[in-house]
Design a protein around this ligand. Sequence first.
Ligand SMILES: [Zn+2]
Length: 421
Amino acid sequence: MRTLLCFSIFCSFAAAKLSYNGFKVFRIENKGSAEELEQSLSSINSILLSKDPNSEAFDIAVPPDQLQAAHQLGFELNTVIDDLGTVLENEGPFLTYIATEKTQGVAADLPPLSYFDSYHPYDEHIQFLTDLQAAFPNNSDTFSLGPSVEGRELPGIHLWGGTGKGVKPAIVWHGTAHAREWISAPTVEYITYKVIEEYQGEDSEIVSILDNYDFYILPIVNPDGFVYTHESERLWRKNRQTRDSQTCIGTDVNRNWPSHWNVSGGSSPDPCSNTYRGEAPGDTPEIQALVAHMLDLANGPGIKAYIDWHSYGKLILLPYGYNCTALPDNYERQMSVGTGVASAIASVNGLEFRVGPTCTNLYQTAGSSTDWAFDVAGAEFSWLIELRPTAAEGGFVIPPENILPSGAEHWAGVKYMFSQL
Ligand SMILES: [Zn+2]
């Protein structure tokens, strides 16, 4: 849709970093159909951020020169962020991560927890995974999938317990499918750190879980988009795929999984939309790599649980996204465990995460990771977790002081899940 086209303002900044000074974030309550609202919004130059799960409201970021036009659309615009540029300043500056010292043949110390005091560029995430592996040399490997459109790896770490590598059913975690959801990677990395730390500390529950399941963890599955959010447009969502005869760049990788791929209403056929699904199911290199990896696991030891970590909205989303009446055949069990996970999360900082099927609790999504992982890869649990916060609390853009609390919340959440597997 036109809202998301590479318009002059965004195109002109393609080579430089886009400033969001003076951008306002508005929430628009949707009184009619979502399609009509999106159509109206397409007449102005704005960025669609998210649809609110409760009210079908839309959050949009509007640049200063479009404010008047936005007000003339006739919607009630509720300001949730007065100046996005100011909020962005609170994200940084990045603190440089110093790699852990290593001695040949000796397990290194775990990386310092100060890593989680800041957001980090792509390369430092790879270094962090390398350092986690060095601290857990007999029970982990780093690996990479890909390459991405621009030739980057999708970095991962594989953890296993006392029974050896690759024989137990898999727990798979993905982060940063959507490039701008920065809280996702460090949250996944924190809970990975905790699995290793508590296994080494001989915590009986964690020893048991790692002895019974192998973990395959990829904190950044959309590396090109992620790098682009650092270098050019902080609020970029899609990958960076170009296609012949298309001017707009990027496919929404979480609408490109080869499952219920083009169900009407769950994604966009418009290359300029933020939810553009691609031209064919699984036609992004990132999803092809993830599909191949997960099918290997599904056809080998099997996949017990899959979690795709996103932000924002404080939600635990189950299948299905493509259809609001279809339910997974183990719906009761997934809901029961999900409700327990939400309680465990709430016990840490009091944040309430809502649990339910994606379509009825967020919005309709076609070609999504969780529908695919449940239907095709056979994951018994297949969830998308929308991390903190809400739009009014910053949306995608929240200070790094949120990283450790987010990590602690979801460490409590996954520990509850482990207890139920
Ligand atoms: Zn997302």
